[in-house]
Ligand binder design. Structure first.
Ligand SMILES: C[C@@H](N)C(=O)N[C@H](C)C(=O)O
Ligand SMILES: [Zn+2]
Length: 237
């Protein structure tokens, strides 16, 4: 029985490895447990009282064909340690509805959206910033301003094949802090560049703008109307 299990794992390991999105790592400038304790004690920047009341909705509740691969809920992320307790994805309602429309459009081509991250509590943005060497700060938002992820209006995502469930190839790893991550990088293969450009065209048609340093990061047009939120997923109602 045990031998059969080992044989199964041995045969399936390459398949599992193939399906996982490759992950780039950095060496955090300080230990993550120390940064987490500090970030949890800190408070987000003060903002105007005129912003909209948050209405964060869970993407898979609006459309179960949206696939999740929430890297920050496992060690498979650029810091090599889990930052979230749950693999869930929330956005402000109009942004979430726009993601659903983009996903439906992609279905016409046999593709779907693969979500890496969406709403992110502010304290996690602070951990990212404090852990990342200053030379790579273009790839993480400054907590003094907050990330558009903290406003429930940014999403990190890629494409997957509806038939096989496998992610499509892209010019860089998710969260890779290099020029290969730039949306205008021309060094990838023709296929990788075409996948990335299709993702961008589809998201732009629904009111999103790609971030100039990351092909996977998109901001919803109305992000300025929403406040920074610092709730854990389990506290969102
Ligand atoms: C950390 C990366 N996935 C990301 O989302 N970067 C942008 C700049 C952000 O932190 O808002
Ligand atoms: Zn992002």
């Amino acid at each position: 029985m045990f031998r059969r299990g080992v044989l199964f794992l041995f045969l399936c390991a390459p398949l599992v490895a193939q399906q996982q999105v490759q992950q780039f790592h950095i060496t955090p400038v300080r230990p993550i447990p120390e940064l987490r304790a500090e970030a949890l004690k800190a408070t987000p920047p003060k903002e105007s009282d005129d912003l909209r009341k948050p209405d964060l909705v869970e993407l898979v509740k609006l459309d179960p064909t949206i696939k999740l691969d929430i890297h920050y809920a496992s060690s498979n992320n650029f810091l090599g340690t889990p930052l979230y307790e749950e693999a869930r994805a929330f956005m402000e309602r109009p942004a979430a509805e726009a993601v659903v429309r983009a996903n439906k459009k992609l279905h016409e081509q046999g593709l779907g959206l693969l979500i890496f991250d969406s709403y992110r509590p502010w304290y996690v943005t602070k951990i990212f910033w404090d852990a990342t060497p200053p030379k790579d700060h273009d790839f993480v938002a400054n907590p003094a301003e907050g990330s558009r992820h903290n406003r429930g209006c940014a999403v990190d995502l890629s494409l997957y094949d509806l038939k096989t469930g496998k992610p499509l190839s892209m010019p860089s790893d998710y969260d890779e802090m290099s020029k290969r991550a730039y949306p205008d990088y021309t060094g990838g293969t023709a296929e990788e560049n075409a996948h990335r450009d299709l993702l961008r065209k589809t998201m732009e048609a629904e009111g999103f703008t790609v971030y100039q340093y990351e092909w996977w990061h998109f901001d919803y047009k109305d992000w300025k109307l929403y406040p920074i939120v610092n709730l854990r997923f389990s506290d969102i109602r």
